[in-house]
Design a protein around this ligand. Sequence first.
Ligand code: ATP
Ligand code: MG
Length: 264
Amino acid sequence: MSTATVSPSAAPTADGQSPVLAVRDLCLSFGAIRVARDISFDLARGERLALIGPNGAGKTTLINLLTGVLKPDSGSATLGGRDLLALKPHQRVRAGLGRTYQITSLFRAMTVFENIFVAVSERMGASTMLWRPAWSRTDVCAEVERILEIVSLSDVASEPISDLPYGRQRLVELGLALALEPKVLLLDEPAAGIPHREAEVVQRTVDQLPDDIAIILVEHDMDLVFRFAREILVLVEGAVLRRGTPDEIAADPEVKRIYLGTSE
Ligand SMILES: Nc1ncnc2c1ncn2[C@@H]1O[C@H](COP(=O)(O)OP(=O)(O)OP(=O)(O)O)[C@@H](O)[C@H]1O
Ligand SMILES: [Mg+2]
């Protein structure tokens, strides 16, 4: 696996730290449509960045470029100084780029605890310790319990996934992502399609994720965006229109005109 450093990550952020994720000039076209136009941004350790923009602005495309679902035509990205784009999707996860998975990737007949246990064992190397039953690893069990606490699932730890309401299944996905100890977590509309009452639990959980994980949240609900974000990146037609604090973005006339559809 390449450990080469690439120049973009060298530039320190305002607090003097190197960004955990540095994206430079990412471009992608689908035929004549330019879905990513010279996208550049840095993400600091523990950052809370909301990615907003109208439907079709290219938010999911950007997430897919970072996870490796899509390959850019040009540009670069580094994660902790490593060339992210040189890595395959599963290598990006191992390098610290967390993402949520589809519910279909959960073992539905297994319990919540067992699902998270499998992921934690894999990360901690317990799954290969054949001389010792994985269940006897108290460090693994303690880590699973810690994650269940974070994702508000301790009370249903012993229930099979298939018995859980949809919103809680989404929280298991979030737990699986956390089990792999991400440096950066990408969340694309994590509460989409979830009934209102359950969605609130998902949103509260996202608000309370550990401080050291940098999070990029794609979200349409502006109340949630302003509650969550320390900074907001506005994408329009595949390009970065603005980046700023929630106050700066809320006051920006261009953002109001293009994104919110008002001209005041
Ligand atoms: N596989 C594809 N082939 C061709 N065009 C695509 C493909 N995927 C996305 N697009 C186009 O790329 C543009 C950006 O789409 P994308 O899904 O990234 O937008 P988005 O900002 O996530 O929108 P939404 O808020 O609706 O989720 C759109 O014009 C979309 O039609
Ligand atoms: Mg999208």
